[in-house]
Design a protein around this ligand. Structure first.
Ligand SMILES: N[C@@H](CCC(=O)N[C@@H](CS)C(=O)NCC(=O)O)C(=O)O
Length: 206
């Protein structure tokens, strides 16, 4: 399996954490993509991943997968170890729900703020910006943080008692928020405690 990505970017981090959770990092070949030079918008890249995003995976059978959620589903099934997507119908559905909230409400919302209301990736790549939209999405990201804080008042992890893909997505979203300077409101103590607990996992700490 090959992963085309940029080390340290928020969405690639989601897939790298999932691989580390499964102790499978060394079973994957990472191929760097020069996003800052626009390699992901080239015809050759688009032919493999029409989304023009990192990460994408090329599976041993030749199938190309974009979207971290889909790539994580593959990783979860292809490698041993505790499930990141849930074992029962209820756990799976809850994980999907919380993962979607973390993706749309946090990672993508912070991304919209970063790309629209800050210089983002620079003038060559940010060819359309709408600062109002970016500011609105910053507000949305902070509302998602508040929502997650109240979930975590009575739950170990976002989708229940087990660590899951939803936690990975939210963790990457908070790292992106730090980078983009979207404050995590200080009163969200459940969210802060959960973040410290997740940061201490071997898949992240080492
Ligand atoms: N929903 C996508 C998002 C992927 C994404 O937006 N990746 C960013 C890097 S973190 C990217 O490729 N940005 C390129 C650009 O903005 O032109 C996923 O889950 O993979």
């Amino acid at each position: 399996m090959k992963i085309f990505d940029v080390e340290g970017f928020p969405n690639p981090a989601r897939v790298r954490i999932a691989l580390a959770e499964k102790n499978a990092t060394d079973q994957v070949e990472f191929i760097p993509v020069d996003v800052m030079q626009g390699e992901h918008r080239s015809d050759a890249f688009r032919a493999k991943n029409p989304d023009s995003t990192v990460p994408y995976a090329e599976l041993p059978c030749g199938t190309c997968l974009s979207q971290c959620t889909a790539i994580t589903e593959y990783i979860d099934g292809a490698f041993e170890g505790p499930s990141l997507i849930g074992n029962t119908p209820t756990q799976r559905a809850k994980t999907q729900m919380m993962n979607l909230r973390a993706e749309a409400g946090l990672v993508d919302a912070v991304g919209a703020y970063f790309h629209h209301a800050t210089p983002g990736l620079g003038p060559d790549l940010e060819t359309y910006q709408n600062a109002d939209w970016g500011m609105k999405k910053k507000e949305a990201a902070q509302n998602t943080m508040r929502q997650f804080d109240s979930v975590l008042a009575s739950s170990e992890y976002l989708a229940g008692d087990e660590f899951s893909m939803a936690d990975i997505t939210a963790f990457a979203g908070l790292a992106f928020a730090d980078f983009a300077k979207v404050d995590i409101p200080s009163e969200l103590t459940n969210l802060q405690a959960w973040r410290q607990k997740v940061a201490a996992r071997p898949s992240i700490a080492s």
